[in-house]
Design a binder for this molecule. Structure first.
Ligand SMILES: Cc1cc2nc3c(=O)[nH]c(=O)nc-3n(C[C@H](O)[C@H](O)[C@H](O)COP(=O)(O)O)c2cc1C
Length: 562
């Protein structure tokens, strides 16, 4: 397929999966409960290594939540089995259960549309006491909080693969089982799978930050190389089982402080792996066969297959995104005195099901939340604040806000431009009647402006598929992505990245809401064109990709923590 054909396929998919006031995107209609996919993949026959489930007072201890955003204040943990367990616990593990009648279901640190969890996690790591005395590729099993050892990686191959990364670096891979989301949401599911990848990237980056570690997306990897690395193209291991699509690979490493760079840590971290070396892994000894997730064969959604093929990333597809020039080391920052532990915030994160319709948020807190979404595009990617140092591209997703209850700010529609260089472009694309004044007390580095004052509660609810949570909270928002230009500049594969960036924004906001004593929810269901019309976005330059709400929650009696 030519590049232009791929972009057309993406645009066709995007159009046909829009929800309209009078018609939802094609879906299954009724849910086939008997065929609901299992949210837990296992590789039967692969040896299982349990990870220690650590209590809050066991090493490595969690820093304060606010210290995650204070560069250099979290001392880098040594790579041990316990530290690795913490990483997975805070990123992808089960953190709570819900029960209604006799039915009980698990909830995880990473959120997922419909709690369907299409994202699978993998790890390629060297020898580690308690894990194995030789490098290997593992699949993460959240229910057991354990690794399944899928493949042995020869020590020489591992050293060659990781040669250019900092000492002790390892890889975390993510894949998507589209069927898990498509079972419920039909054609729109591909979007949700990508949001979930973005949330998982955020969960991993933030979990790494609790250990003083860094993480960066290996942006240059072709999808075929990810398949080779994670064993996704091993047809024999997926006989009769639902396949996984390659998503992302992150390199994670313990980062030293200034002057204390671990021996061998290098300055330049590549954003790729040698595909030939990765291919050698496919000839290693593999173990285990994927379990079947649904009783019957998955329902086939042609539009998903087409967009998955069109957005497949080929080798050398991208321009730029070269090596990551890591900072020589951060000067030790001053850890904050108080506030909740990061681990506590991460483990208590939940989606709200209903807002109380009254809890406000102070303007100062609101501004601080929004500040944490600013990637500082004037800095090189590696020097951007956590977690924006993970993604190598400049911000392409901005926020159209429905402000309901922020003390000291008039209610109404607001715009947050996450890359100040794009303020004028966005304003020109929106209604000419919008005002553009800066709200009182807004910090200078926050490109936030009022578009129109007024009560937007009913409007927000209507636009988010009539979901009250969008109108009853303190504020809600639509994530407005640079769409057409991003696809033509980078290629059709970048479509998925736009959703990843949106998911990462959502993950930061989820935790920010918990830290502020509030709660949040990602909103995948919204009426696309009506949202665009409200803001005056007339063509395909910008598209809303994800909605989100933050407010005072009503307790969910079904929740069982721990
Ligand atoms: C991409 C995405 C879209 C979502 N869309 C909605 C939505 O439209 N309405 C809603 O009530 N919850 C929505 N949620 C919240 C999920 O239902 C929730 O994350 C899931 O049930 C797991 O619960 P937890 O977040 O408490 O772990 C969404 C979550 C994600 C990640």
């Amino acid at each position: 397929m030519h590049d232009i054909d791929k972009i057309e396929t993406v645009m066709r998919y995007h159009e046909r999966t829009k929800h309209h006031f009078n018609r939802y995107a094609p879906g299954p209609g009724a849910l086939d409960w008997a065929n609901q996919p299992d949210p837990f993949r296992r590789y039967e026959g692969a040896p299982l290594v349990h990870l220690p489930l650590l209590a809050a007072d066991e090493e490595p201890l969690s820093p304060r939540y606010d210290d995650l955003y204070c560069p250099g204040s979290v001392v880098s943990a040594t790579l041990t089995l316990n530290a690795l367990s913490r990483l997975l616990q805070y990123a992808l593990a089960i953190s709570a259960w819900k029960q209604a009648g006799a039915t009980r279901w698990a909830l995880r640190c990473n959120p997922s549309s419909g709690n369907l969890h299409p994202t699978e996690g993998y790890l390629l790591i060297g020898a580690l006491p308690g894990l194995a005395d030789a490098p290997g590729l593992y699949h993460y099993a959240p229910r057991e909080h354990a690794f399944e050892r899928r493949a042995d990686c020869g020590a020489a191959l591992f050293t060659a693969l990781m040669r250019e990364f900092p000492a002790q670096a390892f890889l975390v891979g993510l894949s998507s089982v589209h069927w898990r989301e498509a079972w419920k949401y039909g054609e729109r599911a591909f979007r949700y799978c990508q949001h979930d990848v973005g949330h998982a990237i955020g969960a991993l980056r933030i979990a790494a930050a609790t250990l003083g570690w860094r993480a960066a997306l290996l942006q240059k990897l072709a999808d075929e190389t990810i398949e080779d690395l994670l064993g996704l193209n091993r047809a024999e291991d997926f006989a009769g089982a639902e396949r996984e699509h390659p998503a992302a690979v992150l390199v994670v490493w313990p980062a030293g402080l200034a002057g204390g760079r671990p021996a061998g840590e290098q300055r330049v971290v590549p954003r790729q792996l040698d595909p030939e070396l990765v291919r050698q892994l496919t000839r290693a000894g593999w173990q285990g066969a994927a379990n079947r997730l649904s009783r019957d064969a998955p329902v086939h959604w042609e539009a998903i297959d087409q967009v998955a093929a069109a957005t497949r990333k080929l080798a050398g597809a991208e321009q730029g995104f070269d090596a990551l020039d890591t900072p020589a080391g951060e000067s030790p920052g001053r850890a904050g005195a108080g506030g909740p532990a990061a681990g506590q915030i991460i483990l208590q994160r939940r989606s709200l099901l209903a807002c109380d319709g009254r809890t406000p948020i102070a303007a100062e807190r609101f501004y601080r939340m929004l500040s944490r979404l600013m990637p500082r595009c004037d800095l090189p990617p590696c020097r951007r604040p956590m977690p924006w140092d993970t993604l190598p591209w400049d911000a392409a997703v901005h926020l159209a806000l429905f402000v309901h209850r922020v003390e000291g700010i008039v209610p109404g529609l607001y715009l947050l431009v996450r890359d100040p260089a794009k303020v004028e472009r966005l304003k020109r694309a929106m209604h000419a009647r919008f005002e553009g004044s800066t709200p009182p007390g807004c910090p200078a580095d926050l490109t936030l402006c009022l578009l129109e004052a007024g009560n937007a509660q009913r409007l927000a609810t209507q636009l988010s598929c009539h979901q009250d949570i969008a109108g009853d909270g303190a504020f809600s928002l639509g994530m407005i992505a640079e769409y057409r230009d991003a696809l033509f500049t980078h290629g059709a594969w970048f479509y998925r990245r736009l959703f990843w960036e949106s998911g990462l924004i959502g993950q930061v906001l989820y935790l920010e809401a918990e830290a502020a004593g509030l709660r949040a929810t990602g909103i995948g269901c919204f009426f696309d064109e009506p949202v665009h019309r409200v803001f005056g976005l007339e063509d395909l330059a910008f598209q809303s990709l994800y909605h989100f709400t933050v407010g005072g929650p009503v307790d969910d009696p079904r929740l069982i923590v721990g």
